[in-house]
Structure formats: C-alpha cells, structure tokens
Ligand binder design. Sequence first.
Ligand code: PLP
Length: 445
Amino acid sequence: MKTRDYQVLDRAHHLHPFTDFKALGEEGSRIIERAEGVYIHDSEGNCILDGMAGLWCVNLGYGRHELVEAATAQLERLPYYNNFFKTTHPPAVKLAEKLVQLAPEHINHVFFVGSGSEANDTVLRMVRRYWALKGRPQKQWIIGRENGYHGSTLAGMSLGGMDVMHGQGGPCVPNIAHIRQPYWFGEGRDMSPESFGRECAAALEAKIQELGEENVAAFIAEPVQGAGGAIMPPESYWPAVKEVLARYDILLVADEVICGFGRLGEWFGSIHYDLKPDLMPIAKGLSSGYLPIGGVLVGDRVADTLIEEGGEFFHGFTYSGHPACAAVALKNLELIEAEGVVDRVRDDLGPYLARRWGELVEHPLVGEARSLGLMGALELVDPETGERFDKVLGVGNLCRDFSFAGGLVMRSVGDTMIISPPLVITHNEIDELVTKARAALDATL
Ligand code: PLP
C-alpha cells in the first residue's frame, strides 16, 4: 500500500490516543514504517532522530535482535499462561527476582500489570487496602500534584493533575486532592529555587492539615515530572517532602514509569533523589517498549501487611506478568546491566547532554535549558519581553512541527520543548540532536 492509502484508511477508521482527530485534516498522519538505533523511518523515506524514545520508553533503542529473540523463544515455548491462584511460569519469577535485585533494599516484591496506567490503578487499590488492614480505613485520601501524569485510566487520570483530562469522562475517583507542582521556571521565579522547593513541600503539609492527617493515605509523584514538562524539582524539595510524609505517617508512591531504568542516570529516579518510597509503579523502559508490561514494586512495609494480614487481594489482569513480555523485560534489564547503560548515562551521556543542550540557552527564544540524565527541556520565551508566550500548544507546538520536518522528534507541552532520547544515543547523535533543535528554534523565530 502507498502512504496515501494508509492515510485515507487511518482517517476513516482509526481513533488515535490523545489526538484531535478532526485536526488531522487532509494532510493525514505520518506513517512510521521501521526503526534502527535512535532513528525512525517514515513511509516517505525520511529518517528522523527519535528524541523522545517513542513515548519515553525505547531505552535500549530500536532493532535489538536479542529482545526479538527472547520474545520469539518464549512465544514458542509458552505463549501464554497466567499467574492467578497458585500458578506461575519461569519468566515472571525470574523478572521479579531481577527487579528486586535492582530496586532499593527495602523493596522485595513486585505485582505485574500491563501498563503504567494499570500500575497506578493497582497503587490506588493497594494503598487503601493497606490502611484498611492496619485498622485505619478512614485513611482514604491520596494527594497528587497539579500537572502530574499517572496514566489515562479512570484512576490514573484522577491521580494525575491534568485539568483537561479531569474535564472529560468524569467524575474522577473521589478522595484525591492535588497540590502545586515544584515547577520553578513556570511558577516560582520570584524567589530562589531552594525557597520555592521548600514552599511546595509546605503546600503538601498544608493540604494534609486541611484534609486531616488521619484521613490521608499517600502522596504520589514522579521523581521528575515527565509529561508535565520534564520538571526537575529544586534540590530542597524532596528532602522536605520526605520529612513531612514521615511526620504524618503517610505512604510515598514514586511513579517511576518514566524515571525508571536509567533515564536519570540511576536504575530509578528514587535512587537519584534518595526517596525510599513505599510503592514504585513501573512500565515503559522496563521492556524498552518492545512489548507492553508494567508493575508495582512494593516495599516491605506494605507487602508484609498485604501478605500476612490481607488474605486474597481481589485484583489482577489477564496479562499480569505475561510470559513473552516478562521474557523480553528480563532480557532488556540484563542488556542494560551488561552494557553499563545506567552508569554511562550518569557519568558520560548525561553530563555531555547537559553541556550541549545547555548551550541552547543562548538562543533568543530560550529562557531555560535544563536536563538531568537523558531527559531535557527548553522553556520558550518571547525574545522581546523574556516572558512566556502563554498559549497552550502555541510556540512549542510550532517548534515541534519544524523539528519533525527537520528530522528530529521533540515533544511540546505548552511552550516547553522536551527531549528524552534512547539511552544508547552517542555523542555524535547528541550533537545532531542539538543542531536540529537549534534549527527548529531558528525556523520558529
Ligand atoms: N505514569 C507516568 C509517570 C507516565 O509518564 C505514564 C505515561 O506516560 C503513565 C504513568 C501511564 O503509562 P501507560 O501509558 O503505559 O498507561
């Protein structure tokens, strides 16, 4: 079939996620046909540097035959069996063991699911179940953050703080509140980052007091907000938040769906920020996106209670710990480990990106260029005033369109441009990424 045939059929029958379908117009969708390394190839013959690793997930890059072989071998041997009741299979058990080895010491169990959203649905039920078992069933409230993202199932979108999502298909799951985000460039530039970080942590304490500490079950947050705009909190933020949570005996859920598996230069974002969370939802980079799989890493405090006091937990999915997905995830983790990918992001690629990406701050359109590990953001500002354009899907969207045409995938959130490339990117490819990003900025100016 030709490109146009795909586009016509696509428009006729295919409802894309997170897409204004009408806005696709006559032009239609770009058809991605194949990929290799850090590059995707479309049906028109364009080769595009994937600065977003798909949707923040293709950590090992495209075309890894070891992952294909792991899937094929498992599909031939045992394509499906479930983990319900008293059955399991080798890939699920081996993956659980590997994850626990990589996780912080106090985490010794994992509950498998199919995606990041399912992981957060599981979190919501586990957290409330935990407190019920502890004889404190009134501890129901979960506090998330404005502009946080935890998925698009009903529980995921309710835990997340995206107003546009809350406004569709509601009402949201009850007893979920949101506090301000530690987004210094967007909301805190009238004070130092450190003061702002402490102020955001104080907002958590104020919300706990407003709801009543006896009613609050957990705080959920991404170590670094991903979809909200690659927002690295000020250094003062996490220590202050941890202190508040400990004081009021409230569980910490660190959503590692993006930050996990090397993105920030550690196996988990929680290790970078020394969070010691009670629960860590995971997905995406767990399998480098080759097959869908997620999980919840469960700390001893919660796991021991669920196991010792909980009886049957009436929760799980047909594809919890699917054998082929688990086999691919296991191989993916083994490759990341054997190839020293996490250390390379921390010691070499992350610092190199920080230097090269940081140079873009010289551009008249850029107010801030930040990165941590292999996640980065550019804050676009009006060159005349230095202020945000403040148009949702405005200048950032334009810049993204130019970069796509110029051979680079970046993502835009309002006037913030984001990158999160595969963790196997080379120095030369980082140079290419920065050159193409600069060209997109020039074209947008
Ligand atoms: N949590 C975070 C932090 C995410 O970024 C995402 C997806 O982007 C999710 C959860 C939801 O994951 P999924 O799209 O696999 O359901």
